[in-house]
Design a protein around this ligand. Structure first.
Ligand code: DC
Length: 233
């Protein structure tokens, strides 16, 4: 059987991680997991059930009632919260504005990291997030740290929201949300966003999606060959 590796992709909000991770997984025939979708699903549950996430008892109780899974529909990943498809709702600004504070809670992180590690047990997985190369899979064979300028990231997220029918949220609101999230995600005590020492940086501000994918695929192929008992000799 062909050698399968774990590819960890981390980086700031809206820097194109998921676009790259999805494309890489498709090319390699790997599973793609969006770990941010899990934090978004927990946030949605808290918002809809008026859970005070700063109350340890309340959040623990809520976590016991949360089941997150994924399903592929027409080639697209769908996030399920307690069996219900929440893929569209978790991408709204309401969730984006609360997700970083929820992600600072250690009980939330413990539950989701366990689930993420379980999903990666068989390897052959591309996972994107903030702490994938540092905490979830510190031994991942390939770690990429993706960045892009704030102007490029804002523009991309704006186009995404417009395509989904949100014609109201202004570019300034989006930019502020990205900056706020980056700040909370990078400065939290538990598993902050940071580049793993052995991660390779890809700044895609000036790259097309194809160029970025080609670059990542070349790196993945090198790592796969290194793991192959025959090719690595
Ligand atoms: O990837 P995203 O922008 O959809 O992630 C939403 C939020 O979830 C992000 O601002 C911080 C949190 N997150 C995290 O703390 N750890 C991860 N591995 C993935 C996401």
């Amino acid at each position: 059987m062909k050698t399968r590796i774990i590819i960890a992709l981390d980086g700031f909000a809206a820097c194109g991680k998921s676009t790259l991770a999805k494309a890489l997984a498709k090319k390699l025939n790997y599973v793609y997991i969006d770990s941010g979708a899990m934090y978004r699903a927990v946030t949605l549950y808290c918002l809809e059930n008026q859970v005070d996430w700063n109350n340890p008892v309340a959040i623990q109780e809520a976590l016991e009632h949360i089941d997150i899974s994924f399903r592929v529909e027409n080639g697209m990943n769908q996030t399920l919260l307690n069996g219900q498809n929440v893929e569209a709702t978790i991408r709204t600004m309401r969730v984006s504005e609360a997700v970083s504070p929820v992600s600072t809670i250690s009980a939330v992180r413990r539950k989701l990291v366990e689930l993420q590690q379980e999903l990666g047990k068989e390897k052959g997985i591309v996972m994107d997030g903030r702490d994938i190369g540092t905490v979830v899979f510190p031994n991942a064979e390939l770690k990429l740290f993706v960045t892009a300028s704030i102007a490029v990231r804002t523009q991309r997220r704006l186009l995404e929201l417009r395509a989904k029918g949100d014609h109201i949220t202004a570019a300034e609101t989006i930019q502020q949300n990205l900056l706020d999230r980056d700040k909370i995600d990078s400065s939290r005590e538990d598993s902050p966003l940071r580049q793993a020492d052995d991660a390779i940086v890809i700044d895609n501000s000036q790259l097309t999606q194809e160029q970025q994918l080609d670059l990542a695929l070349d790196l993945a192929q090198i790592c796969i060959n290194q793991q192959d008992p025959i090719l690595a000799k």
